[in-house]
Design a binder for this molecule. Structure first.
Ligand code: ADP
Ligand code: MG
Length: 462
């Protein structure tokens, strides 16, 4: 790799991708005041950091329960301010050290025991995400069947590429593959973000030889969230070589991504072509039946864990499954919240109670994406989304396009170049022009102003 791309890469990484726990603690102290902070929050430790969640250590079970019931939401909010991608926190009780250690060493496969601790920490498979508790539906059946097939016929489909939107079960599925194959193979499981972290660290410490050896030793290599390599040239270079050397020795490669290989913009073509060279399957958004099945499964799990029924009637369960969640992670979050409330209020909640409880959740956690803005806008004007994004300049397409760009600027925190890229790779100056144009038109043209307001309220409300 040449020096130049390395340099860019190192800058890209900076330390900003990793949670600065001291900073989070400082903010918690400011928010809660020093008394609560020193009684409850000061001793919380950041044990592990993954892409989407962190594990925090607390001293006792009592501390955990207290903190979860009172401060968990706020802690998560603070964490999100520093690292947007985190949407879950888990607590681990540290009182009984010997016990924890036992679990820890058991999870680590002896096949990989000669690898450095720092890497191992991120190479742990989550024992709770397995095939047994993966609920099947129309939207994930193909991905599930493919994942199972991989386990019985190693390297028949290589690589296996699973893609789909957030919270639809990609990590769950590829983790299940890892667990299953771990019994007889040397499995490496890492997120693309961690891969980069290790990569940069090795460069800085002059340990690239070790790095290469380490990752190429696996005969099953699972990499989560590959979209992370977009725009990172040096990383792509290294990934390409890792991929090839694994592939050449017939190691099974399994990849997850939030989009299809050909949609991975700012990724080298040769990589895209490698990624789509095996079996590509997607996980779609869950339908009502799948959501219902997942909720029922959660209820059973709850019963088994707590030996009590979570006091939800059929109507509420159906309501939760019907509601607009298209994301399983969110669905589970909503379920947990409703159960917590019903336990606290000690009554059986009805649908109306749920609506009130969930209102806050939706308002505070709704993340507005550019895709959503584009969808709502094109629907509003009854035009085809692809046409709206196309290069055609006719007014019935250009105006909605500009409105969508305008709203992307107003309603998201995306930068102008990022917005431009999402609009079929337009330049940021085009976005600036759109924002100015719509701003101006809104001042003079009542009809368009009303349209913009209406689109905005649809985006915000659902
Ligand atoms: P992704 O990686 O696609 O963003 P995850 O695999 O992290 O999504 O899934 C989000 C949450 O939803 C996890 O808690 C996961 O266990 C759960 N989940 C997703 N799909 C299923 C499923 N089919 N059955 C059971 N749980 C699921
Ligand atoms: Mg994931």
């Amino acid at each position: 790799m040449d020096k130049k791309s390395l340099k860019i890469n190192t800058q890209n990484l900076s330390e900003e991708n990793f949670l600065k726990w001291e900073k989070v603690q400082e903010n918690l102290k400011e928010n809660f005041g020093s008394q609560i902070y020193s009684s409850w929050l000061k001793n919380i430790k950041l044990l592990k950091e993954y892409n989407h969640y962190v594990i925090l250590g607390v001293q006792t079970r009592f501390f955990r329960d207290w903190i979860t019931s009172r401060y968990a939401d706020k802690i998560l909010d603070e964490i999100k301010k520093h690292k947007m991608s985190i949407d879950r926190i888990a607590f681990e009780i540290q009182e009984d050290k010997s016990d924890n250690k036992a679990i820890f060493s058991k999870t680590l496969d002896s096949n990989i025991s000669d690898i450095k601790d720092s890497v191992l920490n991120y190479n742990r498979l989550n024992p709770n995400l397995n095939f047994d508790n993966f609920v099947l539906g129309e939207s994930n059946k193909l991905a599930y069947v493919s994942a199972q097939k991989i386990c019985t016929q190693l390297s028949r489909y290589n690589p296996l590429f699973i893609y789909g939107g957030v919270g639809l079960g990609k990590t769950h599925l590829i983790n299940s593959i890892g667990l299953k194959l771990q019994e007889n193979n040397n499995v490496m499981f890492i997120s693309a973000e961690r891969f980069m972290y290790q990569f940069i660290k090795s460069i800085k410490k002059n340990e690239m030889v070790n790095f290469k050896d380490f990752f190429r030793k696996a005969n099953v290599f699972i990499i989560d969230d590959i979209q992370f390599i977009r725009g990172k040239e040096g990383l792509q270079e290294e990934f390409f070589h890792t991929f090839n050397s694994l592939f050449d020795k017939s190691s099974q490669i399994i990849i997850s991504s939030d989009r299809a290989p050909n949609k991975l913009d700012r990724v080298q073509d040769r990589i895209k072509s490698r990624l789509s060279g095996g079996l590509v399957v997607d996980i779609g958004t869950p339908d009502y039946e799948l959501k219902l099945k997942i909720l029922k499964k959660k209820i059973t799990e709850f019963e088994n864990t707590f030996k009590e029924y979570p006091n939800l009637n059929e109507e509420v369960i159906e309501y939760l499954a019907k509601d607009s969640n298209s994301n399983i992670r969110e669905l589970i979050g909503v379920f947990n919240r409703i159960v917590a409330f019903s336990k606290m209020s000690k009554k059986q909640l009805n649908v109306n109670d749920c609506k009130i409880i969930l209102k806050d959740v939706y308002r505070s956690s709704k993340i507005i994406t550019i895709e959503k803005i584009q969808n709502v806008t094109s629907n509003f004007y009854s035009i085809n989304l692809q046409e709206m994004l196309s290069q055609r300049r006719s007014r019935p397409l250009a105006r909605p396009r500009q409105i969508a760009m305008f709203l992307a600027k107003k309603l998201t925190t995306r930068s102008l170049p990022e917005i431009g890229r999402k609009f079929a790779n337009r330049d940021h100056t085009t976005v600036i022009h759109a924002v100015k144009t719509i701003d101006r038109i809104c001042q003079n043209n009542d009809e368009i102003r009303k349209n913009v307001e209406e689109i905005k309220s649809i985006i915000l409300s659902d």
